[in-house]
Design a protein around this ligand. Structure first.
Ligand code: ADP
Length: 261
């Protein structure tokens, strides 16, 4: 490296160095802030189910254990709390990996119709509890072969349908439809006639831990990470996700996928 003797150049370089350092510090500060916020959110999410489990266990130890029926009921509730904790931790693990770019997309060819029908079967009981019917608009030839990471798309479809049930109304419907787009793509739509989402929430919906109704959503379970995970998965496929919703009428979430040739 030649030694710079020219004073003007030297000053310029020193200034540039200072600017770069400042930028570096700013970036570190933002990252630190981000990390702190994330940890804050995580402990908040874990607190509710942990206190629930603790509550049931303490009541049991306090004497409720002696009654056979109550014992079973409280143990089942405590177990539900643990199950919820496991879901939250799984989602946290997933979002951390997705945000760090630590997840490989492993594309393969599969029938999206079959995948959706599998998800319907898995969620049938849950939908039945709210008397919600899961319907498939089958106006197209099947199979519809797409190229994507099957396991991750299954998670996307599951999260979206679970939401349509959670925020759906008693006796409502969730309908899935598939349509061909130009450029060898398909669009998959999941439409519900549930509570809908007010306009001003829409831009923040896919942020992690963002919830429209903090108390209401929490009683329905979930980690507040579902849609953030969905968005990451779709974007790491270089595909698009959309949401349209009308408050009090219902919501439609849709995403694109590449069709197999
Ligand atoms: P959560 O675990 O709270 O369901 P998500 O990330 O899946 O977290 O969703 C974020 C928020 O978006 C939810 O809390 C809810 O307020 C809103 N939401 C998601 N899907 C729907 C839907 N189909 N209808 C109405 N609101 C929805």
């Amino acid at each position: 490296q030649p030694i710079t003797t020219d004073m003007a150049t030297l000053t310029k370089e020193v200034k540039k160095f200072a600017r770069d350092k400042k930028l570096e510090i700013e970036t570190l500060k933002i990252r630190e802030e981000y990390r702190r916020e994330f940890l804050g959110n995580v402990s908040h999410e874990l607190k509710t189910p942990l206190f629930t489990v603790q509550g049931y266990l303490l009541t049991l130890l306090d004497g409720a254990m002696d009654d056979k029926n109550i014992r079973k009921k409280y143990l089942q509730r405590a177990e539900k709390g643990v199950e919820r904790l496991i879901y939250i931790v799984k989602d946290l693990d997933m979002i951390t990996k997705l945000e760090a770019g630590d997840i490989n997309i492993e594309p393969s060819e599969f029938d999206i119709v079959e995948l959706i029908q599998n998800v319907f079967e898995l969620l049938e009981m849950r939908a039945a509890k709210k008397n919600i019917s899961l319907t498939f608009d089958l106006h197209y030839k099947r199979p519809i072969k797409v190229i994507a990471d099957q396991e991750k798309i299954q998670q996307v479809v599951t999260n979206l349908i679970v939401n349509s049930i959670k925020y759906g109304k008693q006796g409502g419907t969730t309908e899935v439809s598939i349509e061909d787009l130009v450029n060898n793509k398909v669009i998959i739509r999941i439409t519900d006639n549930g509570e809908g989402i007010e306009k001003h929430h829409i831009p923040r919906l896919f942020e992690r831990f963002y919830r429209v109704d903090k108390s209401g959503a929490r009683s329905e379970g979930g980690s507040g990470l579902g849609l953030a995970i969905v968005k990451h998965i779709i974007e790491s496929h270089s595909e698009k996700i959309y949401v349209e919703s009308e408050f009090g009428v219902g919501s439609e979430f849709s995403f694109t996928l590449e069709k197999a040739k």
